[in-house]
Design a protein. Structure first.
Length: 475
């Protein structure tokens, strides 16, 4: 079914119909389309465009159709152009020609963008909820490993010793920012476009503010042209999901690296690993690798939509049909990936001895020498040079820093005394980082406590938002 054609002498060519058809992917919007049509109906009844009696018939028909959509009893067919035409076909079949009255005062232009916003509100909150499960898994693992001292890395080279719980907690911090972005998105985009019509508003819907309120939006778009052409909200949602995907990719990279024989820091549970079709000994970290790999499509979806939007002229253009598939793909990718990754982290077993073994390697305590001199009022540039001299001497003689003699230390810098060795331990180095963002056990323990509180607050916010918008999610 199409929603146009009166001025045409024939239908579209088969190739045009096939190219124009979007119902096979935009059917995901069907429950939201029912909800938006119900809100639109109330406006038409209030304006006297549809009588109360006909309105009751249409309302009952829409609700019944919505139930059938959710149960799978009603769906689109090969003749439907898009989700809107499929629903109108279903409504007319159910209640007769009066169902066509619902089209008054609205366009597919404002209808689809309203549907799309509701879809994103629903699914971004679901993604945020799944993200909190992953954060909780990292919080728990961080607390369990807060006394394990590990080598810290920059440039994938040994840098300074850290608490391993600090290493894991960094992921919770990044993922909480992703949830914050969902909240920011919601504040900015809880604006209803319904009532914009094709581009100029509608003389049959004088009070679109009422429809916006009934759908749960915080406000109404201020400009009808902008309302139907705006896809900032979709591009921004794709950025939020792409940034989350990048964070998941970095988690995947670390777990892939840590699970290698060379590292042997983590054992990924069998339930989150796969084998080889030819090598029976293999246990591959496929979930971690897929987390890394799928970030490419999440970034690609953002790039695809931005490229589509960059040169569009005023108001609605059919190019905007290309806005949905990248969003649907990103949403569905994350809904698959997040539970699997949370399960992988929850069931992971860390090898404490292997993690700690290299904490002092690579002269990781050299900074302690520079800090020791800085505390004696030696300019840090000179302290840095002296520490570097200590490393160079140890490299030449095959020794560790604490094995330098008192004579060697004093020859490098007169302020290097024998008590320096008290500071050349990994436990001492870690313990000295007592600032709130540092890697001392006390600092990390406090950080984890704050993370647990922040995670609970995020879960509460998500629950409240889902409840607040629940009316718009169901017909």
């Amino acid at each position: 079914m199409t929603l146009w054609g009166g001025r045409f002498s024939s239908g579209p060519a088969d190739s045009v119909a096939a190219l124009s058809r979007s119902v096979d992917f935009d059917w995901r919007l069907a429950p939201y389309d029912i909800r938006v049509n119900l809100a639109h109906l109330e406006g038409l009844i209030s304006a006297g465009i549809i009588t109360a009696g006909n309105g009751e018939v249409i309302r009952a028909g829409l609700k019944a159709l919505g139930t059938e959509i959710l149960s799978g009893k009603f769906s689109y067919d090969d003749k439907d152009e898009d989700v809107h035409s499929a629903i109108e076909r279903g409504l007319v079949a159910k209640i007769g020609a009066v169902g066509g009255a619902l089209r008054a005062g609205r366009s597919r232009n404002d209808l689809v963008v309203t549907d799309f916003k509701l879809y994103l509100i629903d699914h971004l909150l679901e993604i945020a909820s799944l993200t909190t499960n992953l954060i909780e898994a990292f919080n728990k693992k961080s607390a369990e490993t807060v006394e394990i001292i590990a080598p810290g890395f920059t440039h994938l080279q040994h840098a300074q010793p850290i608490v391993f719980g600090h290493e894991l907690a960094k992921h919770s911090q990044a993922l909480l920012r992703d949830i914050d972005r969902v909240g920011d998105w919601l504040v900015r985009n809880s604006i209803s476009p319904l009532g914009a019509g094709a581009l100029s508003g509608s003389g049959l819907q004088p009070n679109p503010e009422s429809s916006a309120q009934s759908l749960g939006f915080d406000g109404l778009a201020a400009n009808s042209i902008d309302a139907v052409s705006d896809r900032d909200f979709a591009a921004e949602a794709l950025f939020v999901m792409a940034m989350l995907g990048v964070h998941l990719s970095r988690i995947g990279e670390e777990f892939t690296l840590w699970s290698t024989t060379e590292f042997s820091w983590v054992v990924i549970d069998d339930a989150y690993s796969t084998g080889s079709s030819i090598m029976p000994q293999k246990k591959n970290p496929d979930i971690a690798e897929l987390a890394r790999g799928k970030s490419g499509r999440l970034v690609g979806n953002l790039t695809a939509l931005l490229t589509t939007l960059k040169g569009l002229p005023f108001a609605y253009n059919r190019d905007l049909q290309e806005d949905k598939e990248p969003v649907f793909d990103s949403v569905e990718t994350l809904l698959l990936l997040l539970p699997a990754l949370a399960g992988m982290v929850t069931t992971a077993k860390f090898n404490d001895a292997n993690i700690s073994r290299g904490a002092h390697a690579g002269y990781a305590l050299a900074t302690e020498i520079a800090d020791y001199l800085a505390k004696k009022a030696v300019p840090f540039s000179l302290a840095h040079e002296a520490a570097g001299e200590c490393v160079r001497l140890c490299e030449k003689s095959g020794r560790e820093l604490h094995e330098l003699s008192d004579i060697e230390l004093s020859s490098i810098h007169p302020e290097l005394e024998s008590d320096l060795r008290e500071f050349l331990t990994v436990s001492g180095a870690v313990a000295s980082r007592t600032s709130s963002l540092g890697t001392s056990i006390a600092s990390v323990t406090s950080q984890i406590s704050d993370l647990e509180t922040a995670t609970k607050e995020a879960k509460s916010w998500i629950s409240n938002e889902l409840q607040r918008f629940s009316g718009m999610m169901k017909p």
